[in-house]
Design a protein around this ligand. Structure first.
Ligand code: AMP
Ligand code: ZN
Length: 127
């Protein structure tokens, strides 16, 4: 049975209409404050506050857009690497409570020492 796409009035991601690509259950758009050129958000169309509530079919739809966006970003920006990330809960940095995946292109030299990647979330614990 198809998933019902319920939305929350006032939610910036439910109301997001300027899309790069979409499929039945997910959509992708540019982050309004990109960490790097090409920073993309991929979200379920249904309002759900975070990844723990995302349904299996929606995860497949999100993964489909992650793969499509990688191809788009490779062609448009030629990044050297990527980070894929999710902030799940305010104490992990989540600010918009509609589930989303950050797809962040990385470029040689954008950090002096890139080793560690998403392990470097707590600056005082940086080596
Ligand atoms: P998070 O901190 O993981 O909840 O990420 C929320 C992200 O949403 C941030 O990177 C914001 O820059 C981005 N953002 C917030 N509002 C919008 C919007 N209206 N359109 C696109 N991106 C947004
Ligand atoms: Zn929403």
């Amino acid at each position: 049975m198809a998933i019902e796409i319920t939305t929350l009035p006032g939610c910036p991601f439910c109301e997001k209409a300027e899309l790069i690509i979409e499929n039945d259950y997910a959509k992708a758009f540019w982050d309004i404050h990109p960490v790097n050129p090409g920073h993309t958000l991929i979200v379920p169309k249904r309002h759900v506050s975070d990844w723990w509530g995302v349904l299996p079919e929606e995860k497949v739809a999100i993964d489909d857009l992650v793969m499509q966006m990688k191809a788009i970003l490779d062609e448009k920006y030629h990044p050297d690497a990527y980070n894929i990330g999710m902030n799940l809960g305010a104490d992990a940095g989540q600010t918009v409570f509609h589930a989303h995946v950050h797809l962040i292109p990385r470029y040689f030299g954008d950090m002096r020492v890139p080793e560690g990647g998403v392990r470097n979330l707590i600056p005082r614990k940086l080596k």
